[in-house]
Design a protein around this ligand. Structure first.
Ligand code: SF4
Ligand code: SF4
Length: 651
């Protein structure tokens, strides 16, 4: 084997390149697989640490936080205690790239060594960033690091979570800093570097947490910011004063002073600029056991790990800990939300209703809406939701509620117009079927897709029951109740989504079909199916009826559920005119939009201009501005009508 190959840190190189190839794959895949959504933070242990803090403080996990992150964060914690900051050199893509940038700086001979006071003072930035990141993550229940993380900004192409200027500053610090000073970002700015250094003082860190938990157990109310702030400040002080860990980690680079020829190749190789040739044992806090010094040393057995040939150890530890973290994450599910609003005494007496397969409980937002909905039901004492398995647990008072009432509240009735009956059809047949396994909104989505494939079916309505009762509206000249039943019981559904063919296994069962099939007129059917929309804004309630007018304009798309999914953007857009105060849809002889406006502040021309603009402009809840093409078409002009007290009602 050539000596050049022997000096290659092969374990590290294989791991670093594997991570980069994986990331490249995640970046490229959406270009040929539109259904793939890359989540670049899924495997980030720093995201996991933030998620864990957020989970412990809020007892909830936001959508961007996963068990995988948390367990990889815990694996990182164990890794730091036992082996040191392995993640930084073997896994972190920023570590890899900044290492390359450092080599470039050395090649260009523009690299400087920051030492003494400057080196120590600069270390404060990563602790400040750690505190700020944890604070805003807990406050917002979103991973704040995404806003400035140079890695996240690059791989997502400055995705919507990224705050442009934060990320640009982060990138400048990372790129220019790392060319001039070895691992500038890692040493001075990386909040994960700060947290891993804090772990290196593991015993002190655990002691502070223990004291905090004891104080809480005595009933004291102390914000998590206190222990976290103390840990952060102490971490900074200990790091700057000592520049080495506190007994941990047990594994360290050792140098045999007798064998050493003082060639200083190890100093040159160290990506973090540690003067290995001057030390007997590398205890420096920045050492991440990358082994580059060992591989660079020309004298065998001079540099080792704890005086033994263990260069395989760090990479093996990374792989084993990652596998354990992923394994634990696949077996243990943490609740996305765990909200209780009753006293401990009441909760001890509570019954628990558990339901799996709620495919509409998919993230923090939908779990929170579910909890909010359940909270309105008298007798419900708390809710736990597990989004990975789409499971909910409802804590309730059995003296007030029973399971049936809870199930009924969870159920969302549906009213769906599939297509408009054509002009030749004046009467529409109705059949009632009892359908098993038709429960949540995802079931309704597949059910809708199934019925859409039969041109003779125009719509359906569902009502709670066990099984669920569905009224299906159809033309008996085109199809029949028997054919519809067969269709509903199809074992598989195939449909197109974003240009892809999707196959879905279905398990709907029709347990009964009513014998009597009724009919309804076409107009009554449309009215029955029409789902009105109504939104008030811009201080609607402050106006008297006589101060307002209604601009009524035909809106055929008000009958289309797919078109109406975008109505919130139209609402946000027109609300930019402060004189527009309400948007509703109504069915009279056909569907209309009714826009309420202040006679003093605006007029119908302005309303019409807003409605028909090419672009809809709006603001996300984060304050970020967005825009999208206006898909609403208003072919006919509208007319203005006065507002009567009856019309003014908001429901
Ligand atoms: S001292 Fe050796 S193991 Fe530690 S960071 Fe430097 S090169 Fe890597
Ligand atoms: S590379 Fe090896 S021989 Fe050279 S200074 Fe470092 S420890 Fe000594």
């Amino acid at each position: 084997m050539s000596s050049k190959f022997k000096s290659l840190n092969i374990y590290k190189i294989v791991l670093q390149y594997s991570i980069l190839v994986l990331l490249l794959y995640m970046v490229i895949r959406p270009f040929f697989d539109s259904s793939y959504l890359a989540d670049f933070e899924t495997y980030c242990p720093f995201g996991g640490m933030q998620a864990l803090i957020s989970f412990l403080v809020n007892t909830s996990l936001a959508c961007s936080m996963t068990e995988t992150q948390i367990f990889l964060g815990l694996a990182l914690f164990i890794g730091v205690l036992l082996f040191g900051k392995l993640f930084c050199s073997y896994v972190c893509p920023i570590g890899t790239v900044t290492e390359w940038l450092g080599s470039l700086g050395r090649k260009w001979k523009i690299q400087i060594t920051v030492s003494g006071i400057a080196d120590r003072v600069l270390r404060v930035f990563k602790y400040a960033l750690l505190f700020i990141t944890a604070y805003f993550t807990v406050e917002s229940s979103e991973l704040f690091c995404k806003e400035y993380d140079p890695y996240y900004a690059i791989v997502t192409g400055f995705g919507h979570d990224v705050v442009f200027w934060y990320a640009v500053i982060g990138l400048i610090i990372t790129i220019i800093g790392s060319i001039i000073v070895r691992q500038f970002w890692c040493k001075y700015f990386c909040p994960l570097g700060a947290i891993t250094n804090i772990f290196t003082y593991g015993f002190g860190f655990i002691a502070i947490i223990a004291v905090y938990l004891i104080l809480l157990s005595f009933g004291l109310t102390i914000s998590w910011l206190w222990p976290f702030g103390i840990i952060t400040v102490l971490g900074f002080i200990l790091e700057t004063v000592r520049l080495k860990g506190w007994k941990l980690p047990p594994f360290k680079i050792t140098r045999d002073e007798i064998l050493c020829t003082d060639c200083k190749l190890c100093d040159e190789a160290c990506p973090i600029d540690i003067k290995v040739s001057e030390l007997k044992t590398v205890e420096h806090i920045d050492c991440h056991l990358c082994n580059d010094c060992i591989y660079s040393c020309p004298v065998p057995n001079t540099l080792q790990i704890n005086k033994k040939e263990r260069r395989w150890l760090p990479a093996t530890a990374v792989i084993v800990l990652t596998i354990i973290g992923l394994f634990a994450a696949s077996y243990i599910e943490l609740p996305t939300i765990n909200k209780k609003w009753a006293s401990d005494e009441k909760l001890e007496q509570a019954s628990i209703y558990s339901q799996s397969g709620l495919k509409n409980v998919t993230c923090f937002g939908s779990a929170s809406s579910f909890a909010a909905k359940m909270r309105r039901l008298k007798g419900v004492l708390g809710v736990k939701a597990f989004v990975q398995s789409n499971t909910v647990e409802v804590y309730y008072d059995p003296d007030i509620l029973n399971e049936q009432q809870i199930k009924k509240t969870i159920f969302t009735p549906s009213r769906t117009l599939l297509r408009n009956p054509d002009k030749s059809i004046s009467q529409i047949s109705i059949t009632t079927m009892d359908i098993e396994k038709l429960f949540d909104s995802y079931d309704v989505f597949y059910f809708t897709k199934l019925l859409q494939s039969n041109k003779g079916v125009f719509g359906f309505k569902t009502k709670f029951g066990e099984p669920v009762e569905a009224n299906i509206y159809f033309s008996n000249e085109i199809t029949s109740a028997k054919k519809i039943k067969e269709l509903i019981e199809s074992p598989e559904l195939t449909y197109q989504s974003r240009g892809k063919t999707v196959n879905k296994t279905l398990k709907f069962e029709v347990s009964s079909v009513s014998d009597s099939i009724g009919t309804v007129s076409k107009l009554n059917f449309i009215k029955e199916m029409f789902s009105p929309y109504n939104k008030i804004f811009n201080g609607y309630r402050n106006y008297k009826s006589e101060d307002l007018s209604i601009y009524r304009i035909p809106m055929p798309q008000a009958l289309s559920p797919s078109a109406m999914r975008n109505i919130k953007y139209l609402t946000a857009h027109i609300s930019a005119d402060t004189g527009i105060v309400r948007l509703q849809t109504v069915y009279i002889d056909k569907p209309y939009a009714q826009i309420y406006f202040s006679n003093e502040l605006t007029d119908s021309n302005s309303v019409y201009t807003y409605l028909t603009g090419d672009t809809l402009r709006f603001q996300y809840s984060t304050g970020k501005k967005g825009e999208r093409i206006n898909t609403f078409v208003f072919k006919a002009k509208g007319h203005v009508i006065p507002v009567t007290p009856k019309k003014r009602e908001t429901k």
